[in-house]
Design a protein around this ligand. Sequence first.
Ligand SMILES: NC(=O)c1ccc[n+]([C@@H]2O[C@H](COP(=O)([O-])OP(=O)(O)OC[C@H]3O[C@@H](n4cnc5c(N)ncnc54)[C@H](OP(=O)(O)O)[C@@H]3O)[C@@H](O)[C@H]2O)c1
Length: 280
Amino acid sequence: MPAIRPITLPSGISVPALGQGTWKMGEDRRRWADEVAALRLGIDLGMTLIDTAEMYGSGGAEEVTAEAVASRRDEVFLVSKVLPSNASRAGVARACEASLKRLRTDRIDLYLLHWRGAVPLAETVDAFEKLRAEGKIGGWGVSNFDVDDMTELARLPGGANVLANQVLYNLATRGIEFDLLPRAKLTGVPLMAYSPVGQGDLTADGRLDAIAQRHEATPAQIALAFVLRHDHVIAIPKATGLDHVRDNRAAADIRLTATDIAELDRLFPPPKRKQPLDMI
Ligand SMILES: NC(=O)c1ccc[n+]([C@@H]2O[C@H](COP(=O)([O-])OP(=O)(O)OC[C@H]3O[C@@H](n4cnc5c(N)ncnc54)[C@H](OP(=O)(O)O)[C@@H]3O)[C@@H](O)[C@H]2O)c1
């Protein structure tokens, strides 16, 4: 199996274009072991970027991640997120310490602002830069930022150090193709596509059946291959099913043809004008 295509962040660090999400993990002790096993299998298969957040399972997802990553921390690129309600100077420092503790590590590779809230962006950027200087995070980024937000961010002191913007992107939600995606190409700041299989909805979407059959694949794999075809997009599907983890890894090797893309454009039309950024 060829390696998963790498994507180079503006800091020069390479990460695999396909990682793993953890939302809904760490919420139920009975599913804990399965979640750890799924993440471990994903790491074995090269999906070494793991996306988590202080919000998920109220810290539980970070703890599941810690268990999956234990003893192989250096193989993994850890992404976590601070809530907007913790995005003040003191709040970011406190939230990061708590995440580091739950993750049982001394460094978060990429620390994101989960979405914009009431705290001035400049203050959050300042706090992120301090964490970076202290070595507690490798770098920082944002999530759910539309084009205007990215432009505002770029003008702030330190704002040019943003490493990624994590946004909702899948076949059924293509608004970013109009502006955010071209901007990512222009600036080299990659997008991380969350909910790339539509939170499971696209995995049972009959409209994908014909293309899936042509590739001897599942609809979920076609949905993932669609997102992964862009040079500046990292996809982070969440899967607890081991078969789902394997399928997701295999999707990184699917090359959609021009005919496939034309068919997908007919079934899930691309945006013709600016659409406000969708978020979950
Ligand atoms: N920044 C943000 O605001 C934000 C918002 C939402 C999500 N996220 C991040 O993005 C990650 C992914 O998004 P998501 O969890 O919302 O949705 P998703 O990855 O699109 O979908 C997850 C669902 O799809 C199923 N699934 C995954 N792969 C499959 C496959 N190959 N075949 C069939 N079913 C499959 C999973 O089932 P099983 O678990 O049973 O395998 C799960 O029910 C999150 O976990 C989180 O890390 C970020």
